[in-house]
Design a protein around this ligand. Structure first.
Ligand SMILES: NC(=O)c1ccc[n+]([C@@H]2O[C@H](COP(=O)([O-])OP(=O)(O)OC[C@H]3O[C@@H](n4cnc5c(N)ncnc54)[C@H](OP(=O)(O)O)[C@@H]3O)[C@@H](O)[C@H]2O)c1
Length: 297
């Protein structure tokens, strides 16, 4: 019998890629905001009751990190209350819930990459709301597979890659923060790893639980901007600047409403060992996406 998958947040960066990647796992019902408001508990309950999924993949979230500081109610409604409800519904029906967490559950003060079991201490409302969601999911007692991801980009929606490409075509110089480090992660990698893990779990390999998911290596936002422009140059994309025109700046010189962790790097040994997976260097999926942008320009 085909595995029945209910995918929430199907128009987001990760959700869009999951529409493709999950096709190898089972029958996917993709739900967007137009299909169901996910803060409407009765509507979500009715959705789950009518679709009777084997797996719910929740890629929906309130992801406006700075806006969350002034819209905490909306952030908690989606990032805490939705996983709490999904956990409750899933436990009653023995559904596996796949959800996504964030590096922002950590305060970034550690000098080494973060492990899954490290102490959480979110520095902003978004991180706190996502942590509350994970805790609610765990407390529900439902079966769950949660991937903690960071610095997500894709071909869809606004993100750092697209912003740098646009600014690099308009300006003579850029100043980018160099004292925050992380692993830029493509939404397609997240979706592919999710699908692989689900297939492996179905085959009796691996284990449900919480995993850090990121490509190998790390960089700063400044290093990422340099890499984008360096590669865009090789593809003859329209640029006014060279990598050397991107100046490093500090977080204190670029104040934002929400505080960001200085260290967002996550150790992925648990994921690679448990599921016997290979994770690429962070530059590889980025190059692939830039080639796609260049081919479609
Ligand atoms: N982006 C990052 O850098 C990052 C970093 C760490 C962790 N994560 C986590 O990774 C997961 C996927 O993130 P993403 O970057 O793919 O997010 P995204 O692009 O912002 O997508 C979120 C999706 O949720 C939907 N949504 C929001 N509020 C809704 C509501 N009330 N009812 C129905 N749908 C609603 C949005 O619908 P619309 O399309 O209509 O707006 C959107 O499609 C999330 O759990 C996020 O917290 C992301």
């Amino acid at each position: 019998m085909k595995t029945n998958i209910l995918l929430l947040g199907a128009d987001g960066q990760v959700g869009w890629e999951l529409r493709r990647a999950l096709l190898s796992v089972g029958k996917v019902t993709a739900i967007t905001r137009q299909d169901c408001s996910l803060t409407d508990k009765a509507a979500v309950s009715a959705l789950v009751a009518s679709h009777q999924p084997d797996i719910i993949v929740n890629a929906a979230a309130y992801t406006a990190v700075d806006l969350a500081e002034s819209e905490s109610e909306q952030a908690y409604a989606l990032n805490r209350d939705l996983p709490a409800l999904l956990g409750e519904l899933a436990r009653q029906r023995d559904i596996l819930v796949v959800d996504y967490s964030t590096d922002y559950v950590f305060d970034g003060s550690k000098s080494e990459p973060y492990f899954e079991h490290d102490n959480t201490a979110p520095a902003n409302i978004y991180g706190a709301s996502k942590l509350a969601g994970l805790q609610a999911l765990q407390a529900s007692g439902c079966r769950h597979l949660v991937f903690r991801v960071s610095w997500v980009y894709s071909a869809r929606r606004g993100n750092f890659i697209k912003t740098i490409l646009r600014l690099a075509a308009e300006r003579d110089e850029l100043s980018i923060v160099s004292d925050q480090i992380g692993s830029p992660t493509s939404a397609s990698l997240i979706a592919d790893v999710t699908a692989n893990c689900l297939l492996l779990l179905a085959a009796g390999i691996g284990k449900e639980g919480v995993y850090h998911l990121a490509p190998a290596g790390q960089t700063s936002w400044h290093g990422l901007a340099e890499e984008i422009v360096r590669h865009a140059q090789t593809l003859d994309m329209p640029l006014k600047i060279k990598p050397a025109d991107i100046k490093p700046t500090s977080t204190s010189g670029y104040p934002t409403p929400a505080q960001r962790p200085a260290n967002s790097v996550m150790n992925t040994d648990k994921l690679t060992r448990t599921f016997q997976l290979h994770l690429p260097d962070w530059q590889e999926p980025l190059e692939h996406l830039l080639q796609e942008f260049s081919a479609n320009a």
